[in-house]
Structure formats: structure tokens, C-alpha cells
Design a protein around this ligand. Structure first.
Ligand SMILES: Cc1cc2nc3c(=O)[nH]c(=O)nc-3n(C[C@H](O)[C@H](O)[C@H](O)COP(=O)(O)O)c2cc1C
Length: 200
């Protein structure tokens, strides 16, 4: 089994989502020591944002020399995702949604005929069968009055639903900026939730 572990927080050792995503991977690895884990740190090694040249190259145009490396980086990200049975994503909320580094990764994995297909009856997701677990960290809480401002969990649900992933779990650490006590409680709660995740 292949596990792809992705982090996107720019806050390094102070990141909550990194701590939670690491705990998820450790739990799954302890349950199945034969797991092959691939790690991608999108903050340390960002995937370039799409340009017209990238899109043309993906559609079969000749790859110009100036985007050769970037094209290969995007293709590698797609291949890693396609090869993964389990995907664990550390996803912080920045300005109500996901970090641009994570969006740049999404732009490389939502690829027609690879992870979804258009057909006469609409769109078909081609990535069914993968388990995706998102370790999400948000400064505020998004129930009640702020629900309409939430575009991280809702966005990722749309993305993975679109490509056919039905085995999708979120582990949330919420309200981490409200006070140090909130942060401590949110992290503790998220790590407890990790302990209850199904092992395999
Ligand atoms: C650039 C930036 C933007 C942020 N924007 C929001 C926001 O819109 N809503 C929110 O609830 N928290 C926001 N936060 C707080 C983070 O969601 C929170 O600190 C979270 O723990 C970040 O994840 P991390 O600790 O893994 O980096 C923001 C933090 C940063 C650094």
C-alpha cells in the first residue's frame, strides 16, 4: 500500500496541521509497517502555478525548454497521487481557504482522463478507491455565524468528490487563534480524533 503525505503550512514547527498530519501518518504506519510513504512538502518545495504553456503541454503540445522542469514536477505530483492508496493532507486555512501552494497541487491532480472524465452523462470521477484524510487547522470556528466564510473544508470536499473519492475524512483543529487555551484544546482534540481513525 502506498501512502502520500502532503503538508502545505508555511509555519514549520509552529504548524498545527503539520503536527496532526504527522500523527495520522504515524498511526497508519504503526498499524501497517509495510506502508510505503512518500512525503511532499509544498511549502519547502512549491509546485509552480499553472501557465498557458503548462496547460498546453499537459494537452500534448511540445514542452518548451523553459518549462521542462516545471512540467516534470507537475507530472510527478500527478503520478504520486495516482499511485497512492491513502493520501494524508495537512491543510491550514489561509484567508478562508487553502494555501496557494496546496491549490497549485490541486491544479496538477485534477486532470481530465486521469482523475476525472467528461462524458455524455456528465463528469465521472476516476480516483475512486483512494482513502483521503485531511488534517485541517483553522484560526476561527466556522459553525453558526461564520459558516458562509468557510471555503477550505467545503472546497476540498468538492475537489475530492469531483474526482470520485468517497472515503474522505477530516480531522479538524479549530479556533487555534482564539487563545492559547483554544489552540491547546484544539490540538489535543484533533490528536484524540487521530487515535480513533480506523487503522486500515
Ligand atoms: C496567512 C494566514 C492567513 C490566515 N487566514 C485565516 C482565515 O482566513 N481564517 C481563519 O480561521 N484562520 C486564518 N489563519 C489562521 C490559521 O488558519 C491557523 O493559524 C492555522 O493553525 C494555520 O495552520 P498551521 O498551524 O498548520 O499553519 C490564517 C493564518 C495565516 C498565517
Amino acid at each position: 500500500m502506498n501512502l502520500l503525505h502532503i503538508d502545505a503550512s508555511v509555519l514549520g514547527d509552529n504548524s498545527v496541521s503539520r503536527q496532526v498530519s504527522a500523527a495520522i501518518v504515524e498511526r497508519l504506519r504503526a498499524a501497517d509497517p509495510t506502508l510505503t510513504v512518500t512525503y511532499r512538502d509544498l511549502a519547502a518545495d512549491p509546485i509552480p502555478h499553472l501557465s498557458g504553456l503548462h496547460v498546453a503541454a499537459r494537452m500534448g503540445a511540445e514542452v518548451p525548454a523553459q518549462i521542462q522542469r516545471e512540467h516534470l514536477a507537475g507530472e510527478a505530483a500527478l503520478e504520486e497521487f495516482l499511485a497512492a492508496d491513502i493520501v494524508v493532507i495537512g491543510a491550514p486555512m489561509y484567508n478562508f481557504t487553502l494555501p496557494t501552494q496546496l491549490k497549485a497541487w490541486v491544479d496538477r491532480i485534477l486532470i481530465a482522463r486521469k482523475t476525472f472524465a467528461y462524458g455524455p452523462n456528465g463528469v465521472i470521477g476516476l480516483a475512486a478507491g483512494k482513502r483521503v484524510i485531511v488534517a485541517m487547522s483553522r484560526g476561527n470556528v466556522y459553525d453558526g455565524a461564520h459558516a458562509a466564510a468557510e471555503h477550505l473544508e467545503s472546497y476540498l470536499r468538492t475537489v475530492f468528490g469531483f474526482i470520485g473519492v468517497t472515503d474522505l475524512e477530516f480531522v479538524a483543529a479549530d479556533g487555534v487563534q482564539l487563545s492559547p487555551e483554544h489552540r491547546e484544546r484544539a490540538l489535543k482534540g484533533a490528536l484524540e480524533t487521530v487515535g480513533q481513525l480506523r487503522a486500515a
